[in-house]
Design a protein around this ligand. Structure first.
Ligand code: SAH
Ligand code: SF4
Length: 368
């Protein structure tokens, strides 16, 4: 069977397996193949999880980072970035305004800082959230590779979800994206992910799509990696070139922006077909990189939207990707824009819902 025919059969509801070769030809793609893919992936999403989109509110608590990832604007050697750390009260204020606007799922994100001050700030935030809202909200963290002892502290204070992208599941490509030293080891990142998954966290990972040296075989391998790890959430990004990073000098190795976006959309479509009940969030940030990006991602199989609730005055300095416009919208406007955007593509936001991954719920039920 040709891959297009398999995609049509999947849309129809047949139980068809995609081989590694199928994945590679679908990723390589062309117009009719893309149509067949996105038709199949959106039908699989409707059939499995329905039409609702979960809304996750993200607060960036600090842009300081000890790592030096070659692609990221927050890397410690980028001294063109003013550094900030949000005071406790400002984080709580953002979360409260998000809560009042109907958000029930939050993520605290930051560069990687493993010192006791940061760990205890996160702990105190989690405790305060637990005291205020209990299990009405889900708290996610995306704060880097913490040791198991820190993860246990966070979990006991009420965090339940963690996002740690593997960035690339291919060890060699991973090593080209990061300096070769003891804090950028592929094996440590993988260990951290396996620990999270094995210790009851709702586990999210993902990859960058469109980085230098990456080919379709790497991306097909990434899809298989997510299946093998049995992730609950797959959170990917099209790579965006940031001028303050070493990769800005590798432009000849970087595919054009539209190609990076299309590859990313194909990854979303395939991920949805391979793992129908996981959450696939997209970042509102996509909007400023590619105007149609979030709409196309929701049509390709994404089912969650990450809105940025960081106070406006700090937002422009949390610049992972470069060229970030100074967003001045208030939290209420950010939430309303997200609601309108999802509504417009026929995937309305489900407010007042912590947005737990169906895959995770099942995994926990089976464990009991
Ligand atoms: N410091 C933590 C979490 C915050 S960074 C960590 O690295 O795990 C969150 C994500 O931003 C990273 O996982 C990376 O995938 C993404 N990112 C960094 N630079 C990027 C770029 N130039 N384009 C797209 N995504 C990028
Ligand atoms: Fe730091 Fe995360 Fe950026 Fe790497 S990707 S430099 S760890 S913020």
């Amino acid at each position: 069977m040709y891959p297009e025919d398999k995609l049509a059969a999947i849309a129809y509801g047949d139980d068809v397996t995609l081989t590694d070769r199928d994945l590679a030809s679908i990723l390589n793609g062309y117009e009719e193949m893309d149509e067949a893919l996105f038709m199949a992936s959106s039908i699989v999403l409707d059939r499995t999880l329905g039409r609702d989109t979960y809304l996750h509110g993200i607060v960036q608590i600090t842009n300081e980072c000890q790592r030096n990832c070659y692609y990221c604007g927050l890397r410690r050697s980028n001294d063109s970035q003013p550094r900030f750390s949000l005071p406790f009260g400002e984080v709580m204020n953002s979360l409260t305004r998000g809560y009042n606007a109907g958000v029930r799922s939050f993520m605290l994100q930051s560069g990687e800082l493993l010192d006791e001050r940061t760990v205890s700030l996160v702990e105190h935030l989690l405790l305060e959230v637990e005291k205020k809202w209990g299990d009405k909200v889900a708290m996610a963290l995306s704060i880097g590779e913490h040791p198991l002892s820190d993860l246990e502290r966070f979990k006991s204070k009420g965090a339940s979800r963690y996002l740690l992208r593997i960035e690339s599941s291919d060890r060699e490509l991973y090593m080209k994206l990061h300096p070769r030293d003891s804090i950028h080891r592929y094996s440590s990142r993988l260990d951290c992910l396996v620990n999270l998954h094995g210790s009851g966290w709702e586990t999210g990972t993902g990859v960058l799509v469109g980085v230098p040296w990456q080919n379709d075989a790497h991306l097909a391998g990434d899809l298989r990696f997510m299946q093998r790890l049995d992730v609950d959430v797959c959170n990917m990004n099209p790579y965006a070139v940031h001028d303050g990073t070493p990769f800005a000098k590798e432009r000849r190795l970087i595919p054009p922006a539209e190609e990076r976006l299309l590859k990313y959309l194909r990854m979303i479509g395939l991920m949805r077909i391979l793992m129908p009940d996981i959450n696939i969030p997209i970042s509102a940030r996509l909007l400023s990189v590619h105007h149609s990006g979030p709409m196309r991602a929701l049509k390709a199989g994404a089912n969650a939207y990450m809105a940025n609730l960081t106070p406006a005055k700090y937002r422009r300095n949390y610049d992972l990707y470069g060229g970030k416009p100074a967003e001045t919208n208030s939290i209420e406007v950010v939430v309303n824009d997200a609601i309108r955007l999802c509504e417009n593509v026929g995937r309305p936001v489900k407010l007042l819902d912590p947005g737990v991954s169906r895959h995770y719920r099942k995994r926990m039920e089976e464990k009991e």
